[in-house]
Design a protein around this ligand. Sequence first.
Ligand code: SF4
Length: 370
Amino acid sequence: MYRLPYSKNDNPNGWIEVTSHCNMRCEGCYKGIDRTDCIPVHEPIEKIKSDILSLKNIRNCGIITITGGEAIMHPDIEEIVSFVHSNKLKSLIHTNGLFVNEKTCARLKNAGLSGFIIRIDIHNRLNYKNESELNALRKKYADIVHKVGGLQLGFTCVVTKNNLIQIPNVVQWFQQNNAYTDYLVLILKREFSFDSYTPDVSKEVEVTELAHTLKNAFPDMLFSSYLGSQSSNIGYKWVQTAWFAINGKTLGYVDAKTVEFSTALGHFRNKTYSYISGKERNKLPVMQLIAGSLFLPALKPVLKRYVAEILKKPSTALQSINHQVINIVNPPSSRTSYTDYCDGCPDAVLHNGKLVPSCTLESFLKNQPK
Ligand code: SF4
């Protein structure tokens, strides 16, 4: 696999947490919002703007990820998005989806939003029996975002032993819906200690377990890039697989060389790393596919399958080739005696002017001596 070259000062992402208000109470929320002692507050707009400028300066980032709590509940969410846009950065809102409707999508798109990442899984949608049932809800949101158009769409799914074997059904749905979706973030649930609470780690899934589950269901799947660990000599904290797709069919997975080439070329062109390559959805122009297949072996079968699709159904030539990515996130676990952060953590937040990984910030604050 190709090790993604992210570092503190050259990183695709700047992470901001604009509110601790939320209209859900997901168990084990990384921000501790499910706890009774969490007092909800909206961050002041001037602080948010100043953090965005600092992140742009410190991180050289191409994207600002806007999170909460439920980010859409911030009363100045449009102003925040528009400020990100006016600073020539892309923005992704992480949301539980409850406020995502056509009106909100259109409003935020007009403010300059690049896309949504919506968390849906059996741990935050307790009325659903399994992940397959939730695919209908994912499709409902995909239809809304697609109707507004010009926005990227990703889904987050938290993985534990309770839904591990159902994850291939989510991946299959994601691949079949390539016309609507760009990212699937599979987050391995980790529990952290708050005050005297002892975390229950019995449902935690290892990154290798999830990778094997996917590989068994999709034998052609290639894991092509990763982020290493800050503490172990060899560790896999982010693991990614990416492919090109059209008509709900996978044309071929990209290999490590292709990711390395496109990452380096993107940085050379834009002077920054970014997961968002174009103005709207992540697409592969046909001319780039033809040129790339001359020297990147993984693109040859993609080109062949693309041509075969056109021969089968000529109207395919009018459609775009989509680029989809699965990102497995393996946050630090309390099972180890050390906190094993991701190398070049893309989701670090500014706390008192210092970058700290967002995954453990709240438990770190709660555990500070009073
Ligand atoms: S916030 Fe934690 S899990 Fe997320 S990238 Fe950073 S270290 Fe990894």
